[in-house]
Design a protein around this ligand. Structure first.
Ligand code: XMP
Length: 434
């Protein structure tokens, strides 16, 4: 079935995502689009029930006040203009501040004016996207870089449902993944989902490029660049690929800047692939918020370990093995991280603490291990809570738990003789060490 949609048109209000979420909370799907959306683009969105023109302080772009395109007025559906003089339709000067009043305004527009049906739910989203993907791709073939993170995993599951083995997934193991991760990607996607999955063991290649590189930015640059090169080589071996799927989600779009906001950082898109690999993008999650992506992933049958996992940086364990990466120290990061995760899970902290991991600096100290003098690395534990990752507080851990983790790490991880705890909030520390 098709879901009714209310469009929120971006005329410079920073509240657009909030409005879209509020409409979805009423049970009606909502999407945000730029002010200059064309009639053709509108025609590709099925079941538009109403349009909200949402004006705000970023309305003037490059010295010019932007306006809604005439195609929006000609779409034949009710229009509600907020903080914006409309050519036709209903106008209000601003959104009420009071939550109940806001809801009343939205509800009256969405249901009374637009007669929208309450059809927004995960199942219907999946059905709609399957239909849209089939329409966009036709009988073409799609390529996806499947990292095993939440977003790319959900895209893979959705595309497999829509087009089956016309999706090719490439999983690049750069050697900087957590313990068990590459194996999980293979077992979930190749064995359970029967995906057409290419597994690339690029560990030696990445580690040799990173050898002796101390600078964090240089490390990140090498990892990002090498990833694109490996993916590009795999893409060239394949025939007849027209589309590239990406796990872009709504926060990525906001951070990359909309037509009315400045760019904060560019999101990792196909930018970086050479021009002759000229793929059209398929981005079925681009209107979803993270919690919605997780709900879709669960509904598609992905395991909780993939859907509810904590954030993991693109450069992986590479930014937790401080300074120049060596295989031995990288193993110490991977093994200590696995112990930490296991003990947090046993203590019921999984899903409660926002992010936790270990860091191994390039420093050695004296200690005693197996009744002998040791000269080994320390492992640093970092466990933080945050809402938006811009600031973070430190999780206060129980001493008995710390004792258990310390005992396991110092006995089970080679080359480690001490455990330290990072008690620094952000700021002044960032969450990651590099
Ligand atoms: P910082 O260290 O800046 O991290 O306080 C904030 C959050 O972002 C994650 N992070 C990254 N995620 N690519 C990513 O996808 C990256 O390069 C990257 N660096 C940091 C970090 O794990 C934390 O959750």
């Amino acid at each position: 079935m098709q879901q009714d949609v209310i469009l929120v048109i971006d005329l410079g209000s920073e509240e657009n995502p909030k409005i879209a979420r509020e409409i979805r909370a009423l049970g009606v799907y909502s999407e945000i689009h730029p002010h200059d959306i064309t009639a053709k683009e509108l025609s590709q969105i099925p079941n538009i029930r109403g349009i909200i023109l949402n004006g705000g302080k970023n309305r003037v772009v490059n010295g010019v006040e932007i306006d809604a395109s005439d195609d929006l007025y000609n779409a034949g559906v009710p229009v509600l203009a907020v903080d914006h003089k409309a050519k036709s339709g209903e106008c209000i000067s601003a959104w009420p501040v009071d939550d109940a009043e806001r809801e009343a305004v939205l509800s009256s527009f969405v249901f009374d004016k637009c007669s929208s049906a309450k059809t927004w739910n995960t199942r219907n989203f999946i059905d709609d996207q399957v239909e849209r993907i089939r329409k966009q791709v036709g009988d073409g073939k799609v390529l996806l870089a499947l990292s095993g993170g939440v977003d790319s995993s959900v895209v893979a599951a959705l595309l497999i449902k829509a087009i089956g083995d016309r999706l090719t997934c490439v999983h690049v193991n750069h050697g900087l993944l957590r313990k068990g991760e590459p194996e999980e990607v293979v077992s979930v996607f190749r064995d359970e989902f029967k995906a057409n999955l290419i597994y690339v063991d690029a560990i030696d290649r990445f580690l040799s490029k990173l050898e002796g590189v101390y600078d964090p930015e240089e490390k990140r640059g090498i990892i990002g660049e090498e990833f694109i090169r490996v993916f590009e080589e795999e893409a060239r071996k394949l025939d007849g690929i027209d589309y590239l799927a990406q796990g872009t989600i709504y926060p990525d779009i906001i951070e990359s800047g909309t037509k009315t906001s400045e760019t904060i950082k560019s999101h990792h898109n196909s930018g970086g692939l050479p021009d002759d690999l000229n793929f059209e993008l398929v981005e079925p999650l681009y209107m979803l918020f993270k919690d919605e992506v997780r709900a879709v992933g669960s509904a598609l049958g992905l395991p909780d370990s993939m859907v509810y996992r904590q954030p993991f940086p693109g450069p992986g364990l590479g930014v937790r093995c401080i300074g120049a990466i060596t295989r031995e120290r990288l193993e110490a990061v991977r093994e200590s991280d696995a112990i930490l995760r296991e003990e947090f899970k046993n203590a019921g902290l999984e899903g409660k603490v926002w992010q936790y991991f270990t860091v191994v600096p390039d420093v050695k100290s004296t200690g005693i291990k197996n009744n002998k003098r040791s000269f080994d690395w320390p492992v640093i534990i970092r466990a933080v809570n945050t809402v938006d990752a811009m600031t973070a507080t430190v999780e206060e851990l129980d001493w008995a738990l710390i004792g258990k983790i310390t005992d396991r790490i110092t006995h089970e991880v080679d080359g480690v003789n001490r455990v330290l705890i990072d008690v620094t909030p952000k700021p002044t520390g960032t969450i990651e060490w590099e």
